[in-house]
Design a protein around this ligand. Sequence first.
Ligand code: ATP
Ligand code: MG
Length: 450
Amino acid sequence: MLQSRLFSKTLRDAPKDEETANAKLLVRAGYVDKLMAGAYSYMPLGVRVLKKIEQVVREEMDAMGGQEVLMPMLHPKANWQATGGWDSIDVLFKIKSRTEKEYALGQSEEEVVTPLVMSRIQTYKDLPVAVYQIHWKFRDELRAKSGLLRGREFFMKDMYSFHESQEDFDRFYGVAKQAYLKVFERLGLVAKVTEASGGSFSEKISYEFMVLTDAGEDDILYCDACEFCVNAEIAKQKEKDACPKCGPPNGEARPKGGKGSLTKARASEVGNVFDLGQKYGKDFDLAFMDREGKRQYPVMGCYGIGISRLMGVLAEKFHDESGLLWPHAVAPFDVHLLRLGSTSAKAAADEQGTSSSPKASTVAKALADETEGHSTGSEVYQDLQAAGLTVLYDERAVSAGQKFADADLIGIPWRAILSPKTGDKIEVKRRGSDDVKLVSVSEFVKMLVS
Ligand code: ATP
Ligand code: MG
C-alpha cells in the first residue's frame, strides 16, 4: 500500500482524553479513531491487525472442530425473557422500535444460538456440535476508559458447544483450553489460566485466560514455580502465600531457593471458557433423544475471546517510547519501505507542479520515479510484493525525520530504506533494534521467509 494514499494520518500528540498506552498509540498512529467512550472506528491499518488476530483465532477454532456462523446482533426481547437475562443482565442494551417493539443488542448469544442449534438436533448422534462467530458485541459498561480493552461495542469470538453428557463436555473443555493457549502463543502472548467461579450462570468452574499488563482490570495471584493461578478477587490465598499446588505444606516459610510462592499482578482477561450446564436447553425446553431414548437437555459450554481487547493488550505489551512494535503474526504489513533522499525531493518538487489532482500526481510519481543506476522505489516495492511480502511504501514527499518517526510509531516489524546512498541495495533493520544491514532485495527476502 502506498502511504501517500492512507487517509489515516499519524498525529504528533496523543489525544488528551485517552488514559491508556494502547488508546494513545493506536489513535496517534492512525489505527483507530474514537467515536465516543467505548466505541472506536478501525482505520485501514487497524482493520489489518484486527483481521490478523481474527484469522489466528479462526484457524484454531476450525482446527478443534468449530463451525463458523454469523448470528444477528439484534435480538428479540422474548429470547432474553426466556432465560431471565432481560431483567438480570445489567450490561444488556435494550432498544425500542418506532412500533414500540423491544429488542436487545447481543452482549453474548446463548439466547440465539440455543434455539438455532437445538431445533436441528434430534438425537445424541447429532452431538457434539460447536459453533462460533466472530462479531460485534454490545455492553452497557459503566467504565470504558481503557481504550480497546473495554468497549461498549467490541469485537469478540464466541463459541458455544452442545454435548450429550457432562463427560463429553469435560473432554471438549480440555480441548478448548489447549486451543486457547495455542491462539495466545501464536499471537506472541503468554496467557496464565485462572480457575474461577462461573459467576451468574452457574457455580461451576470456568477458566479465565489472563495476560499480565498494568492496563488490565483484574488482579491475579500466580505461582512463580508452577501453573497455579487464581483471580485475586475470589481467592482464598493472598500475595506471598505458599502455592496451594506446589508450595511448602501448612503455610511453612518458603525454603530458600525452594518453590511455590504467590505473586500478585495486574492482568487483562483475553478469553474465558464457561460450563453452562443444562440451563439454556431447559430455558427454551429444547432437548434431544439420549441413548436410552429419553428426552435430555444438552450440556453446553461457551468460550469467548476478546479480539479487539487482544489488539489493545498487544499494543500495551509491545511498544516503546517511540511507538508500537507489533509481533509479526499481527503486524499490518511485513515491511515498511521508506524512500529517502533525492527521489523524495524530486517527488516533492514535482508535486508542486501543474497537475490538477495532487493525489494522482503523488501516486504517479511513486510508480514512475527514478535515478539512473539505482533501484527504484517502485521496483523494490513490486519485488517485495512479488516475493509474497506485504509492504507499506512510504513514497511521500516529507522529510526523512518524519518518515522515521512515523515508521517507529506505526511499528511494522521490518524497515527497509532506499536512498541514493544505498544504490541497488536497501538498508534494513528490525523495529526496536539498532542493527542495520545493507542487503540486496533478494537477500532481504531470504532473511524474511527463512
Ligand atoms: P470482563 O470481566 O473483563 O468484563 P467478561 O467476564 O464480562 O469480561 P465475557 O462475557 O466472558 O467476559 O466475554 C468474553 C471475552 O470478551 C472476555 O474474556 C474479554 O476478552 C472480552 N470482553 C468482555 N467484555 C469486553 C469489553 N467490554 N470490551 C472488550 N472486550 C471485552
Ligand atoms: Mg464483563
